[in-house]
Write a protein that binds this ligand. Structure first.
Ligand code: NOJ
Length: 556
């Protein structure tokens, strides 16, 4: 099939099924719930829905531990419910992109159940098993969620590899039979008519030869697994995937690739390359980490705007004409955009949410809106450990506070409140009624108490809401080649308060000005000569920028 690039003009809306809409009041979101809300997503104007995993799973990592790739998680409904959702989406002109989680399976998957039975089981080589070395783990790798990346299995006296929890054993992609299984399960969903895949940690599938020790940061217990990213056979595996499967379908593919550089992104998702369409990179998510590298991700540092600009600019410039950016502030693994990237999620919440939306949607790439972002939902602000459900957060607390004693309880609770994945996972806030209209039952994770002020109902009633602003941003992208294809240049990189850039396409220029502070600043970019396309205040054509003000001008 010829190279096609319809996905460049699209906007993606991410649905986290567990938290979106419950239809049977068991406290867990489900497929019929999603189907009932498709007209809402259509109203917003998004084109593609990225659906987090809905496959059968013991749910240790909220569906990223799959025990049957061709079955639906019973809590979410049935295959008939899935088919109905897909059909309804298509009838509304919406596409569905599924999550493909094939770096690892659940330990309850039948392949792993067989694999662990004996060394000569036909499924043994579906996973990565190694003998102990000097009576201990085969190397020093730490898992991303759970102590050592190796788990000893008494029955056969060997260790298996798990880069995530021990219930998520890594598949052995060196084994052609494993690859064949993956191609088959992809075909199963593509033949149903889905429109693409977001590929979970796809750059971890090729492990380095000989599985060498990783570098240890000062004082760290385990070596890092950074060396696993973008391994020596990744390109070959992606080429095979394209050859055997993707080339037969006109679909959108996004590779989640932690630890990647723009050069790697171009290698695996270069334009006209027929591998992936784009990658998810994490550089901007990692701005302002904890100065203590052992804590890295766990921090409560405000965002350094200059660093953020540098990272986003680096990607915009490097990929122009060579690759394609995925643009996002938030997803199910991150804090809420307005609570992390603006310093104010209360007094200036609405303005800040619109400002962030403007900053992101006017860049070159495909924007991803995470459920609730379009109404300005905020972090959960949990204060007690018992409020958390996320395995990454709970394991990190255990390891860093109780086992390693690197950080005290109060500090870690502050870090969790700022960075936990549960911030993104609290139920969608639909209305002012019981549990924000998410469920009549007991929600699996607490609803954010601010739902009586922040909800879809209130947004739809207010013509000045974040929702209608996002609707307009999406419309702009649909109607402007300048917004989609224009090149990018930052203006005044060292400005610590304002993020301004221009886009250019043919003879048109767009000027995008965003005040990231809660006070007035004065900046003159010649905006008085422009025509305002969108802004979050009534325009005064002034060089004064009000708190969190955004202005987008078409320059003459
Ligand atoms: C990335 C996913 O987005 C995250 O939610 C998950 O825990 C890990 N990959 C492991 O699958």
């Amino acid at each position: 099939m010829a190279y096609s690039d319809w996905w460049k003009k699209t906007v993606v809306y991410q649905v986290y099924p567990k938290s979106f809409q419950d239809s049977n009041n068991d406290g867990i979101g489900d497929l019929p719930g999603i189907t009932s809300r498709l007209p809402y997503i259509k109203k917003l104007g998004a084109d593609v829905i990225w659906l987090n995993p809905v496959y059968k799973s013991p749910d240790k990592d909220n569906g990223y531990d799959i025990s049957d790739y061709c079955a639906i998680q019973p809590n979410y409904g049935t295959m008939a419910d899935f088919d109905e959702m897909l059909e309804t989406a298509h009838s509304l002109g919406l596409k569905i992109m599924m999550d493909l989680v094939v770096n690892h399976t659940s330990d309850q998957h039948k392949w792993f159940q067989e694999s662990r039975k004996s060394i000569d089981n036909p499924y043994r080589d579906y996973y990565i098993w190694r003998d102990p070395v000097d009576g201990r783990e085969p190397n020093n790798w730490g898992s991303r969620f759970d102590g050592s990346a190796w788990e000893f299995d008494e029955k056969t006296g060997q260790y298996y590899l798990h880069l995530y929890t021990k219930e998520q054993p890594d598949l052995n992609w060196e084994n052609p039979k494993v690859r064949e299984e993956v191609w088959n399960l992809m075909r199963f969903w593509l033949d149903k008519g889905i429109d693409g895949f977001r590929m979970d940690v796809i750059n971890l599938i090729s492990k380095p030869e000989g599985l060498p020790d990783g570098n240890k940061k000062a004082g760290a217990k385990y070596g890092g697994t950074g060396l696993v990213a973008n391994g020596h056979r990744l390109n070959e595996f992606l080429e095979e995937m394209n050859d055997k499967v993707l080339s037969k379908y006109d679909v959108m593919t996004v590779g989640e690739m932690p630890g990647s550089t723009p050069k790697e992104a171009i290698k695996y998702a270069g334009l006209n390359e027929n591998k992936l369409n784009m990658v998810f990179q994490f550089n901007h998510m990692n701005v302002s980490g904890n100065p203590d590298k052992r804590l890295g991700h766990w921090n409560d540092e405000p965002i350094d705007l200059v660093d953020l600009k540098k990272v986003l600019s680096k990607w915009e410039i490097a990929l122009d004409g060579k690759g394609w950016n995925s643009l996002y502030w938030s997803n199910h693994d991150q804090s809420r955009a307005v609570s992390r990237f603006a310093t104010d999620d209360s007094r200036y919440r609405v303005l800040a949410a619109k400002m962030l939306g403007t900053t992101l949607h006017m860049l070159q790439g495909t924007p991803y809106v995470y459920e609730g972002e379009e109404i300005g939902m905020t972090n959960a602000h949990f204060t007690e450990l018992s409020q958390y459900e996320d395995i990454q957060s709970l394991n990190a607390y255990k390891e860093l506070v109780e086992v390693e004693k690197i950080v005290d309880k109060e500090t870690m609770l502050k870090y969790l409140a700022y960075r936990t994945r549960d911030n993104a996972r609290t139920p969608m806030q639909w209305d002012r009624g019981t549990n924000a209209g998410f469920t009549e039952g007991q929600p699996w994770l607490a609803v954010n108490p601010n739902y009586s002020q922040i909800n879809v109902e209130e947004n739809l009633e207010d013509s000045n809401s974040v929702f209608y602003y996002y609707q307009k941003l999406i419309e702009l992208r649909h109607n402007s080649d300048l917004v989609v294809y224009g090149d990018y240049a930052v203006i005044d990189m060292e400005d610590e308060e304002v993020f301004t850039y221009r886009r250019r396409y043919n003879d048109e220029t767009l000027l995008v000005i965003n005040n990231f502070t809660s006070h007035d600043v004065i900046r003159d970019y010649g905006q008085e000569n422009g025509a305002l396309l969108i802004g979050n205040y009534v325009d005064d054509k002034n060089t004064r920028l009000r708190p969190y003000e955004s202005k987008v001008y078409l320059l003459k």
